[in-house]
Design a binder for this molecule. Structure first.
Ligand code: SAH
Ligand code: SF4
Ligand code: F3S
Length: 467
């Protein structure tokens, strides 16, 4: 099964992904790049011909996962060699970008280390790795844009598809590694984004989530030669026949301009749920974080968004215990959370990252203190999430069904607010937006029943395919 003849025999590729949705998207694109070489997806690393670990560097715990996984893979690689085979082991993603050759120094059984900008070079790197004994390392930011060199044809993603439209970040928040691992901001041209969205819809996607580390900083070249912002791009994408739902993530409050806010009022397909990280409710901490806005600015943006789209629900990210954060600052964060009311949110204990300004800053907050603050933030956020889910009870909502549910006879899907939903329904509804009534609410999901024949009245979505 595992030859290397030019007829590209079937080989097994196992990809493991950590980190953000952009990594999920990148993993799929790496599989696309390798498909013409005969690599087909495998469920487990054991016996695979190639293993890619797509890593995340955002917090210490995330990076550590790589090294424990590499320990396990060493055994799998040896077992493959004992059978006379070969397993090519590649480390990709943000740890690869940040640590480069240090990875192979620490784990010499790694064959390839490649940063997020080099995925289009993977076939050539695999060829080099299989020929040569030493490791192949690529962590430059190449001059050519990776997106221009990735294959057009790609495996279908299903009813909900991701589409990366922007990469990198120029904001340099005090705590964050992303500007170093992903490089400076780059926006794909409008025509390329529209073409990919059309292809995704033709392959069965009903919802497209636009991705970027700083997605609302999008400034792509339009077909008219002008620079388009995200609001204009969303209006263009909303016109694609068969595309029922649009989302975008992750945004920065600073780039939430009036045109984008207006798009929330104008585009019914733009779902009423927005992830908008604020990190802290204290102006002192926001300044130390280099976020470039105050708490009041965030509240104003939320007000404008809710005026544009009254059913809009919000999500956010919070960091507990950034260097210099006092008890009063922490209270300010809790106050902001209370004022806004989030449908859900992520919160993290501050994790010092090598090379970032905050890691070397004075007044690091003691671990026990960080733990306590995080706990208080999470307690409040959990209450808000419960209250939000409960408030959906009895509502008529549109559900996009995405696949079989956990139990026989159940189908799983997503609400307009991204909550997982399950309903007793035929599998033939997968890929459709269907009016349902919420009959039970749980901390992390909703239960719904189909509304026979009628359309959900609360928030009708565009059903262009059916129109
Ligand atoms: N681009 C997004 C966030 C990307 S990282 C933004 O600008 O907000 C995702 C989240 O990880 C961040 O929002 C932040 O809350 C968290 N995070 C990033 N670096 C961190 C660190 N050093 N310690 C703890 N959390 C961190
Ligand atoms: Fe990181 Fe800040 Fe850039 Fe977000 S905006 S990716 S938190 S540096
Ligand atoms: Fe992690 Fe890199 Fe995404 S650090 S969160 S995988 S951009």
């Amino acid at each position: 099964m595992t030859g290397s003849s030019p007829a590209a025999p079937r080989k097994r590729l196992f990809v493991k992904t950590w980190g953000c949705q952009m990594n999920v998207y990148d993993s799929a694109r790496m599989a696309d790049v390798l498909a013409p070489l005969g690599y087909a997806p495998a469920e487990t690393p054991e016996g695979a011909d190639m293993v890619i670990l797509n890593t995340c560097h955002i917090r210490e715990k995330a990076s550590e996962k790589l090294f424990s996984e590499l320990g396990r893979l060493r055994e799998a690689k040896r077992a493959k060699e004992a059978e006379g085979g070969r397993m090519v082991l590649a480390v990709a993603g943000c740890v690869a970008q940040a640590e480069g050759a240090e990875i192979t120094a620490r784990s010499p059984w790694v064959d390839i280390v490649l940063g997020p900008q080099s995925y289009h070079r993977l076939p050539e790197m695999v060829a080099r790795a299989t020929r040569a004994a030493g490791a192949v390392i690529e962590t430059d930011f190449p001059a050519e844009a990776k997106f221009d060199h990735l294959p057009e044809a790609a495996a279908p993603q299903g009813p909900i598809a991701f589409l990366t439209i922007q990469e990198g970040c120029d904001k340099f928040c005090s705590f964050c590694v992303v500007p170093y691992t992903r490089g400076s901001e780059y926006s794909r041209p409008v025509a390329a984004v529209v073409a990919e969205a059309r292809r995704l819809v033709a392959q069965g996607a009903r919802e497209v989530a636009l991705l970027g580390q700083n997605v609302n900083a999008y400034h792509g070249e339009g077909p008219d030669g002008a620079t388009w912002g995200l609001g204009r791009l969303l209006r263009e994408l909303a016109g694609i026949e068969g595309l029922a739902r649009l989302r975008y993530t992750t945004s920065h409050p600073r780039d939430m301009d009036d045109d984008l806010i207006a798009a929330h009022a104008e585009i019914p397909a733009l779902m009423p749920f927005l992830h908008l990280p604020v990190q802290s409710g204290s102006d002192r901490v926001l300044k130390a974080m280099n976020r470039g806005h105050a708490a009041a600015d965030f509240l104003r943006i939320v007000e404008k968004l809710r005026a544009a789209r009254p059913d809009l629900a919000l999500s956010s990210d919070f960091i507990a215990g950034h260097p210099g954060e006092t008890e009063d600052d922490h209270r300010d964060t809790l106050r902001l959370i209370e004022r806004v009311g989030f449908a859900q949110a992520f919160s993290f204990k501050y994790s010092p990252r090598p090379g970032t300004p905050a890691a070397g800053a004075p007044f690091q907050v003691p671990e026990v203190e960080k733990d306590r603050r995080l706990h208080e933030i999470q307690h409040l956020l959990r209450e808000q999430q419960l209250a939000f889910n409960r408030s959906r009870h009895g509502l008529r909502i549109d559900v996009l069904f995405t696949g079989p549910g956990r139990h026989p006879g159940q189908v799983a899907g997503r609400s307009p607010w991204l909550q997982p939903v399950h309903a007793e329904a035929p599998l033939s509804l997968v890929g459709q937006v269907v009016p349902c009534e919420v009959v039970a609410t749980h901390p992390n999901s909703l239960a719904a029943r189909l509304i026979g024949g009628e359309r959900a009245g609360d928030q009708p979505e565009q059903e262009k395919a059916a129109a």
